[in-house]
Design a protein around this ligand. Sequence first.
Ligand SMILES: [Zn+2]
Length: 83
Amino acid sequence: MRIPWTGLLLNRTAEPGLRIRDRESMLIKKIRKSLEDIENGDYGICEDCGKDISTERLKARPVTSFCIRCKTKRETLEKLTGK
Ligand SMILES: [Zn+2]
């Protein structure tokens, strides 16, 4: 699978003296995880149910770890528990 945003990211993080804000560092952690998953061949597989995440969803949210069903379930739970 060709992932067009990885090259972009590597260029950005390789920039010396770049200050990373908290929100961005969270995102970078997620992206690093995605890159590890790509290397391990686990990219695009839902962490909850182990099924493939749809290509459309990966295009919209490349760093997602969950398929749309599990993500929706989690968001509903988060709302219910008030997090
Ligand atoms: Zn799932």
